[in-house]
Design a protein around this ligand. Sequence first.
Ligand code: DGL
Length: 360
Amino acid sequence: MKTSQHFARLTTVLLCSALFSVAHAEDTAAKLPNVVILATGGTIAGTGATSTTTIGYSAAKLGVDKMIEGVPELKKAANVRGEQVAQIASESMTNEVWLKLAKRVNELLAQKDVDGVVITHGTDTIEETAYFLDLTVKSKKPVVVVGAMRPSTAISADGPINLYNAVLLAGSKDAAGKGVLVALNDQINAGRDVSKVNTSTTDTFKSPDLGFLGFMQDNKPHFYRQPVRKHTADTEFDVSKLEALPQVDIVYGYANMNRVALDANVAAGAKGIVQAGVGDGSMAAQMLPAFREARQKGVIVVRSSRVGAGIVARNGEVNDDKEDFVVSDTLNAQKARILLMLSLTKTSDTKKIQQMFYTY
Ligand code: DGL
C-alpha cells in the first residue's frame, strides 16, 4: 500500500475516533442533570495562610468558578455552571440577599433546562437561609444548601466532597419534593429542622428532634424519611414582588432578664418579637408587662425556646389565649423569626399566624 493510502486510512481512523468521542461526550452530557451552583461565600470559599490553618482563615474569598474548577469530579455528577449571588461570611447574611437568592432560585427552577440548584453558603446561618428558601421556593425540584467547616486551603478540607455530594443530590430525582435540603458530612438534613450544634466540628449539622432525612453514600442519596410540614411548591408565601421583609427581632431569655432589649426593639419599629425563652418558652414574671405592652402596640409576640428541641405549646406557663401570643411549635427562635417575617407579609391576625406555625 502506498504511503499516501496509509496516511489517508490513518486520517480516517483518527477522524472517526474524534467524532466518536465528541458524540460520546455529548451523549454523556445529555444524560447528566443540569445543576446551577449559586455561591454566597462562607468557609467553603475560604482560604487560610497555611494548609493547617483551620481557625483564623478568611471566609468568602474564592469565586464560584474557582470552586467548580477545584472539584473536576463535578463533571461526572452533572452539567454544572455557577453564579455569584453574594460573597459574604454568613454571619453577615441579610434579608436583601435572601430575597435576591429566592428570586433567582425560582427563576432558574422555572427553566426546563435546570434540574436542581446548589447554594454554597457559610455554615453560621445556613439553617436560616435553608428555612427561608424552604418557605419561598416555588418548585419541587431539589434545592441543596451546602457549606464547609474547614477552608479550601486546609488539609482534609471538607468543602470539595460536600460540594460534590450536594451537586449529586441536587441532580437526583430522589431529592425532589423533599423541601430545601442541607447536606454536609455525608448527612442530609431538612432545611426546616436542621441546626448548627457545634462551633467547629465537621459533623455540626443535626436535626435534634427528628434526625437526618438520609445520607450520601456511593455517589447517591439514601433517604429514610421525608418532611410532613408544608414547604416549597406548597408554600403560600410569594416573595417575587417583595423588596423588603417586616422587621422581626429576637430577645434571649435568661435568669434575671430585663426589658431593655425588648423595649429597644419595639421602639425601633419591630413588627414582631420572638422570645428565645427558657424551657418551654417560659416568660419571666418581670417580662410579662413588657411583652403585654408590645402586644398592645400591635407587635406580634411569638414564644419560642432557647432549648433547641421540643414543642413550645400554647398556654403552658403563659396564658397565650389571654395575652394573644403565638407559640413557635418546634421552630427554634431563629427559624420562628423567619416564619413570622413571612407571615407578616400576609396577615397580622394572630390566629392565622398561629395556624401557619402549625402548618410549616
Ligand atoms: N464566618 C462563618 C460563615 O461564613 C464561617 C463558618 C463556615 O462557613 O463554616 O458562616
